[in-house]
Write a protein that binds this ligand. Structure first.
Ligand code: SF4
Length: 178
C-alpha cells in the first residue's frame, strides 16, 4: 500500500523544504511508493486524515501554528520535527530575547512615531503571535527528530526510506545542528 506523506511549514524560512526538493531524482523513486497528500508544494488546503508520516518544518510562533500542529498530531501516525527550528526553536526563537509578542510587533510593523498610539488591531488578517516561540515538542508529541539547518537531502532521504519501510531511522552520527 502507498504511504500517505505530508509536509507542513510552521514558523520557518522554507529552507528545510528546499532541502527536501534537493532530493532531486530520488523524489521520483519516492513518488512510486508514497502520495504527498498535504504540503506547501502541492495544492492542498486542509490537512487530511490518515497521514502515515508528516515532516513539520519550523517552530510554533503563532496561534495558527498551534492549531495546525495539533491537527497534524491528531491525524498523523509518525510526526517528524523537521529541522532545527522545529527541534529547538532555532532562528525563529531568537525573538524570544525581546520578551514577548508586543515588542516584536512594534519593531516590525510600527512607525516609531506611532508607537505611543499602540499596535493597530487587524483582527482576522494576521494570526496572533505567541509571546514565546516554542519548539514543536512543547506543543505536541514528536516521534522522530531530524536536526539540521536545514537537514541535508541525504539525511531526509534516509529518514524517509526508513519510515516508509516501517522502521525508525537510525541517524546517529549523520545529523548535526546548524
Ligand atoms: S531549520 Fe534552518 S533551514 Fe529549516 S526552517 Fe529553520 S532556519 Fe530555515
Amino acid at each position: 500500500m502507498r504511504a500517505r506523506v505530508a509536509t507542513a511549514w510552521l514558523g520557518g524560512c522554507s529552507g528545510c523544504h528546499m532541502s527536501f526538493l534537493d532530493l532531486d531524482e530520488r523524489l521520483l523513486d519516492l513518488a512510486r511508493r508514497m502520495d504527498l497528500v498535504y504540503s506547501p508544494i502541492v495544492d492542498s488546503k486542509e490537512f487530511p486524515d490518515g497521514v502515515d508520516v508528516a515532516l513539520v518544518e519550523g517552530a510554533v510562533a503563532n496561534e495558527d501554528h498551534v492549531a495546525l500542529a495539533r491537527r497534524i498530531r491528531e491525524r498523523t501516525r509518525v510526526l517528524v520535527a523537521f529541522g532545527d527550528c522545529a527541534v529547538t526553536g532555532n532562528v525563529t526563537a531568537i525573538r524570544n530575547a525581546l520578551g514577548g509578542a508586543l515588542p516584536v510587533l512594534e519593531r516590525a510593523y510600527c512607525d516609531p512615531a506611532d508607537l505611543h498610539a499602540g499596535i493597530p488591531a487587524e483582527p482576522g488578517i494576521l494570526p496572533r503571535l505567541l509571546d514565546r516561540v516554542l519548539p514543536l515538542h512543547q506543543v505536541v508529541r514528536v516521534d522522530v527528530w531530524l536536526p539540521g539547518c536545514p537537514p541535508s537531502a541525504d539525511v531526509i532521504g534516509e529518514a524517509l526510506e526508513a519510515l516508509l519501510a516501517g522502521r525508525a531511522p537510525d541517524l546517529a552520527g549523520k545529523v548535526r545542528f546548524g
